[in-house]
Design a binder for this molecule. Structure first.
Ligand code: SIN
Length: 298
């Protein structure tokens, strides 16, 4: 099931950043699985405990989370990237900076590491004020800092955008820089789910959290299709509510080059991968991924 991406892949299915990818044990499990590449948890400069629990919950139509970037700090992930080499799979770093200098520092450190690409997370809904990528001036500044250091491909993890006009504006900024791929989309930034006890399901952010899983899928598909139309030369990793072969098919039909599994891995574990893969192969009916890419929209 080979596909085109900014580095060779034996499978177009990866994990989504932030799911089962924080500790060494989790990363070894991902690296030993059928996934084509391993994305490590978003790293910050210093280790973070993240927000108080419960900070993740499942509900009827998806998941809600306000994790708060719990991670072991970038030095741990640089070391893990060296040790994960023996599994023979591309490893992708993800970074979040609380300001421009931090973004630049983190990218320059990972440029010296063993990772195959660096995904710049400008869409975490649970860290600081606002979503970096919704401030287009700031997004432009982040890109100008991080795309001029080193040769490793730079990816950009974006939040969901609402309209084609927003997508055109953001695309015109991204096109100015050497961005190899975009990951679409991070969780819908602000949702609220109320439980049987008449209280929000999660504690941080007054109960508000990023929405993933089933509810996110139509929004993610639209973003894949809109960005695919406005940026032809940038690879797209599609993510949001993929839990079956049909979901994978839909993302390719919308124009994705690879897909990432999030909530389904958290809920069903690694055994979900082979089932999704098998269902997808059946639905491909002998066609290549290239043949179906973007075909839903003509
Ligand atoms: C988090 O750790 O808060 C989630 C990360 C993200 O959505 O980027």
């Amino acid at each position: 099931m080979k596909t085109d991406f900014c580095f060779p892949l034996t499978s177009p299915i990866m994990n989504a950043c932030g799911v089962m990818d924080t500790t060494w044990e989790e990363l070894v499990a991902l690296a030993s699985s059928r996934l084509g590449a391993v994305v490590m948890k978003t790293a910050t400069i210093r280790p973070r405990e993240g927000n108080p629990t419960p900070r993740y919950a499942r509900f009827k139509y998806g998941s809600i989370q306000a994790m708060g970037l719990p991670n072991l700090g970038y030095k741990a992930y640089i070391k893990f990237s060296e040790e994960l080499k023996k599994f023979g799979k591309p490893v992708i770093a993800s970074v979040f900076g609380f300001n421009l200098d931090e973004y630049e520092f983190l990218v320059s450190e990972f440029q010296k590491s063993e990772v195959s690409a660096i995904e710049v997370n400008v869409s975490c809904p649970n860290a600081g004020e606002g979503i970096p990528a919704y401030n287009t001036k700031y997004l432009d500044e982040v890109l100008s800092r991080v795309t001029s250091i080193g040769d490793k491909p730079i990816g950009l993890k974006l939040p969901p955008y609402l309209t084609e006009k927003d997508v055109k504006e953001v695309s015109s900024i991204i096109k100015k820089y050497n961005v190899s791929y975009i990951t679409l989309v991070n969780s819908y930034p602000t949702g609220l789910v109320i439980g049987e006890d008449e209280k929000p399901l999660i504690v941080p952010r007054n109960g508000f959290g990023g929405i993933g899983g089933e509810s996110l899928k139509p929004i993610a598909l639209a973003n894949v299709a809109m960005f695919g139309k406005s940026m032809k030369d940038v690879y797209i990793a599609g993510v949001g509510g993929i839990s079956s072969g049909k979901d994978v098919l839909d993302f390719f039909l919308a124009g994705a080059d690879v897909v990432q599994l999030g909530t389904v891995l958290k809920e069903n574990g690694l055994s979900a991968i082979s089932e999704i893969e098998r269902e997808f192969m059946d639905l491909l009916r002998g066609r290549s991924i290239e043949e179906i890419k973007g075909k839903a929209l003509g």
